[in-house]
Design a protein around this ligand. Structure first.
Ligand code: 5GP
Ligand code: MN
Length: 352
């Protein structure tokens, strides 16, 4: 018999969640640096659910904060245009956190991922809730809802609000379902990675509720600019190095190339997965030149833990097969060599 595990939120977890929420009047939902589909999906979905939860319970203020710009192709989600960007409105973001009764952190396992508001959250007397699916959660929250046995923070949030709704009679709004579905779909790379039996169950429940899956598919998969498509072609043709003996490939996106192709935040989404389509490539890296540091994206389709690789060599972390990090103080022209050397050490058994 195959072992089939379906995500289950224990009733007492959902009860604790509702107990923390009930007396609160000022709520902040916080996401991570370089917010992706799961981050924005879990935040906007939870905001929609909380609007429903607090209906008829008097005035509440619910704010959503992320550290930096949201990619344009995620802006279709309900409420995305009301999200506060803490790097652009630092005083407003800080004041909201300082004033909050509850801070809910979603899709992040360490407070540092909220970047410039991290210390304000840490010092704030607000009760803290974490809803996340990364390994090794930092224990900063009063309630930690965390497992790696789930596709995404959005899926975990779906199971949590489903249980909380059945306990409290809260209606789950269509906007909540749409956002959580989008977050799950993007974090699984359209049902390719980290898919669990529970993921299909969630998709089925949400599809049955009548959300427009085709619209979501269009917004996420078929809404890029022409320049982004041409940039992708260039990256594969001229900016990819394959290291057959390491079963690895590297893509390097430098600032000049970004400028030439009128690069917008999020245009490189999905690029790092492309080299994994090569039969003998099991590890893929994308290095993107940015302001003050080089952004690192790592993916694996085998047994190599890019989470560990990132922790050891790229100042980051993430999941076993999808991780990220940063490189400081290195010319963009040197990163491919640095990656090759690091991976050679790593595969040779190096550990810190
Ligand atoms: P991406 O390559 O899509 O930016 O990130 C892949 C995964 O790695 C995501 O789960 C993300 O949360 C995590 N990640 C990305 N950058 C960082 C980082 O700088 N630090 C840590 N700890 N995780 C990261
Ligand atoms: Mn996620």
């Amino acid at each position: 018999m195959p072992f089939v595990r379906v995500m289950k939120i224990e009733p007492n977890i959902a009860r604790s969640f509702c107990d923390l929420l009930l007396p609160a009047r000022k709520i902040v939902l916080a996401g991570h640096l370089n917010p992706d589909g799961d981050c924005i999906g879990s935040l906007t979905g939870m905001k929609a659910w909380l609007d429903s939860f607090y209906r008829g319970k008097g005035p509440v203020g619910i704010s959503v904060i992320v550290p930096n710009r949201i990619p344009y192709y995620l802006m279709f989600m309900h409420g995305a245009d009301s999200i506060i960007i803490s790097s652009e409105a630092p005083d407003q973001a800080r004041a909201l956190v300082e004033d909050a009764d509850i801070v809910v952190c979603m899709d992040l396992n360490s407070l540092a991922r909220t970047e410039d508001i991290a210390e304000t959250i840490r010092k704030s007397p607000a009760r803290k809730i974490m809803i996340d699916h990364h390994p090794m959660p930092e224990k900063f929250a009063d309630l930690i809802v965390s497992t790696t046995e789930v596709s995404s923070a959005s899926e975990l949030a779906w199971w949590l609000v489903s249980e909380a709704s059945s306990q409290t009679g809260t209606e789950i709004p269509a906007e909540c379902k749409e956002s959580f579905y989008t977050g799950m779909m993007t974090d699984t790379n359209n049902f390719c990675n980290s898919v669990f039996p529970s993921t299909f169950l969630m998709a089925s429940q949400i599809a049955e509720a009548g959300i427009d899956r085709e619209k979501i598919q269009m917004e996420i998969m078929n809404s890029f600019s022409e320049e982004r498509m041409r940039l992708m072609g260039l990256m594969l043709k001229d900016k990819m190095t394959v290291y057959p003996d390491l079963k690895a490939a590297v893509l390097v996106l430098d600032q000049k190339t970004k400028d030439n192709y009128n690069y917008q935040e999020g245009d490189s989404e999905g690029f790092v997965n492309l080299p994994l389509q090569i039969k003998n490539v099991e590890i893929s890296a994308l290095f993107t030149q940015g302001d003050g540091y080089i952004k690192v994206s790592l993916r694996s389709k085998g047994n190599v833990s890019v989470n560990r690789l990132s922790r050891l060599f790229f100042n980051g972390g993430g999941h076993e097969r999808a991780a990220g990090g940063r490189i400081y103080d290195m010319p963009i022209g040197d990163v491919a060599d640095y990656f090759e050397k690091s991976l050679r050490l790593f595969l040779g058994g190096f550990s810190a």
